[in-house]
Design a protein around this ligand. Structure first.
Ligand code: ZN
Length: 144
């Protein structure tokens, strides 16, 4: 995804994040052929399938929520995990250690926000560093 595409997706997800009545505001977008096909959040306390997974998912994680909603075919999928705090600053949204293994299995690529910017899983480059409040201040960063 290029910077323009990432920026548009961040703008799409930003208000959704802020609507989540939880301290950690996670939104997951699933894209197929570049189109958003589902949106998940960690807003729900429980989900039938989360319960089925038992201890694995005591509560809904946004990427599982999005994956369950994305329909068929379950291939050619990209995940974009997004988290903002209430100040509108990007925060770390890397899939947790329970989610990352199955995410790597089902998604062709995994993008997520960090405190520093947006990261593509498996790559060292942070292609974009953008708080919504400083939308004109795009910077390219590499991890030291
Ligand atoms: Zn998780």
């Amino acid at each position: 995804m290029n910077t323009k595409r990432i920026t548009r997706l961040l703008e799409f997800a930003y208000p959704l994040c802020l609507e989540i009545p939880r301290p950690k505001k996670h939104v997951s977008l699933v894209l197929r052929k570049g189109r958003v096909v589902s949106v998940g959040s960690n807003a729900m306390k429980t989900h039938p399938l989360a319960k089925e997974h038992g201890y694995m998912f005591e509560e809904m994680h946004s990427e599982l929520d999005a994956f369950l909603r994305c329909g068929e075919p379950k291939k050619g999928l990209t995940l974009f995990n997004i988290r903002f705090n209430r100040m509108g600053q990007m925060r770390m949204a890397r899939p947790c250690h329970r989610c990352m293994p199955w995410c790597v299995g089902v998604f062709d690529s995994i993008w997520y926000t960090t405190d520093e910017g947006v990261m593509l899983h498996g790559e060292g480059l942070l292609p974009i560093n953008r708080g919504v409040k400083e939308s004109r201040n795009e910077e390219i960063h590499t991890i030291p």
